[in-house]
Design a protein around this ligand. Structure first.
Ligand SMILES: Cc1cc2nc3c(=O)[nH]c(=O)nc-3n(C[C@H](O)[C@H](O)[C@H](O)COP(=O)(O)OP(=O)(O)OC[C@H]3O[C@@H](n4cnc5c(N)ncnc54)[C@H](O)[C@@H]3O)c2cc1C
Ligand code: FES
Length: 367
């Protein structure tokens, strides 16, 4: 009896909460609201009711967003000094105490319902929306495609090697919504009129299924770029790079940029794959070894198949990384990593255990 009553109350609260969300979405009219940016340096007038992320995007100001507004990546955080209510339950997992104290909010979760004031870094004003055309779509491996997009409007991009682009999908099949996802730019900054991405198919993934199975050469697409703070920092010590799968993308961009603008530092790049069929860009890396003095590319297979006849490094990528670091002076080493969060965490442990300063470790987890 008690269980039944508790169940009924819970179900009723759920229905009421759902009705409130629907009423807020379709019936509430918040009229025109002002968004004051950086103490009056810019003021936008927007229709109230949408998230801060999408309200700004409609005005062509782009907060970083890797998850496309699903409230999972935390990239869209920004300081809101006035005009929003208390923290929402959906923001709490993404904010630490220091951020809460500094009035940081999650841009895709807070809604603009009255005049608000925000503070954002100046560099966000340089993120632009591009109309582009698919120029090339080719297999790098059985599950990674190279997507080349020629920029149509604007026709050129300026970015730092390592930064990413937000790619917007189109509705297909049963997927009716447009989503955006983050993809690191694989082309170097010198190729200003196109962007290369390396997209690994995630089973059931909305954007990667679209790219792999629905997108065609010649089609028009929308991208927002450049985004992110993953790029090569000044320094004198060795650069260690680690990647797996499509994590190759930003590192290929960085290495091609370094080949064009030499840095005079040793560079060692550890690339992890399972079997030989997961390896790609080997010729490109061998060519870069010729062009960049003191650059070494070290591919490692965790489970080489017998037919691979693999002579190179074996084991998880942490094994050759650890061997390389052991006994070295790592005080000036900088590390740049891209790939799965699991691989990155394991490598951060190996690097710090071997004396690399945590401040000198930079990464973009592809989550
Ligand atoms: C800064 C940044 C740069 C990135 N750069 C690249 C890149 O260069 N190339 C690239 O291929 N990807 C990259 N990613 C990942 C990319 O943004 C997407 O998350 C990924 O492609 C999945 O998108 P989707 O829409 O196909 O899957 P979704 O529809 O978002 O997800 C479908 C399901 O798969 C799970 N899932 C999501 N991502 C992964 C994953 N990577 N592996 C396993 N399961 C997953 C989700 O939890 C969900 O259950 C990057 C991510 C970030 C944050
Ligand atoms: S866009 Fe990912 S959490 Fe807001």
């Amino acid at each position: 009896m008690i269980v039944k009553a508790v169940f009924s109350v819970t179900a009723l609260s759920g229905v009421l909460a759902g009705l409130l969300v629907i009423a807020d979405k379709y019936l509430a009219d918040y009229g025109e609201c002002k968004i004051d940016i950086n103490d009056g340096s810019k003021t936008l007038k927007v229709k109230g009711g949408s998230s801060l992320l999408s309200s700004l995007a409609r005005e062509k100001i782009f907060l970083p967003s890797a998850c496309g507004g699903r409230g999972t990546c935390g990239y869209c955080k920004c300081k809101v000094t006035d005009g929003v209510g208390p923290l929402l339950p959906t923001e709490l997992p993404l904010l630490d105490e220091a951020e809460k104290a500094k009035q940081i909010r999650v841009g895709c979760q807070v809604k603009v319902k009255k005049d608000i004031k925000i503070v954002i870094p100046e560099e966000l004003f340089y993120i632009k929306e591009f109309q582009a055309e698919v120029e090339k779509l080719e297999d790098l491996t059985y599950d990674i495609k190279l997507l080349r997009m020629k920029l149509l409007d604007p026709t050129e991009i300026t970015f730092k090697a390592g930064q990413y682009a937000q790619l917007y999908t189109k509705p297909y099949g049963k997927v009716k919504d447009v989503v955006s996802r983050a993809y690191s730019m694989a082309s170097p900054p010198s190729t200003k009129n196109y962007i290369d991405l390396m997209v690994r198919l995630v089973p059931e993934g909305i954007c990667t299924t679209w790219v792999h199975q629905h997108l065609n050469v010649g089609e028009k697409v929308k991208v927002v770029a450049p985004v992110g703070d993953f790029y090569v920092r000044e320094g004198e010590g060795e650069m260690i790079m680690v990647a797996g799968g499509s994590g190759m993308a930003p590192l290929a961009s960085m290495l091609n940029d370094i080949a064009e603008h030499p840095v005079n530092r040793p560079i060692t790049y550890f690339f992890g794959a399972v079997t030989k069929r997961d390896l790609f860009y080997l010729d490109e890396m061998r060519e870069l070894e010729q062009r960049i003095p003191n650059f070494r590319f070290v591919p490692a297979l965790s489970k080489p198949a017998p037919e691979d006849e693999w002579q190179g490094e074996t084991g998880l990528i942490t094994a050759p990384l650890e061997n390389h670091l052991k006994g070295r002076d790592t005080s000036k080493v900088q590390a740049y990593m891209c790939g799965s969060p699991g691989m990155i965490n394991a490598c951060v442990n190996v690097l710090t255990k071997n004396g690399v300063d945590r401040k000198n470790i930079f990464f973009d987890p592809f989550a």
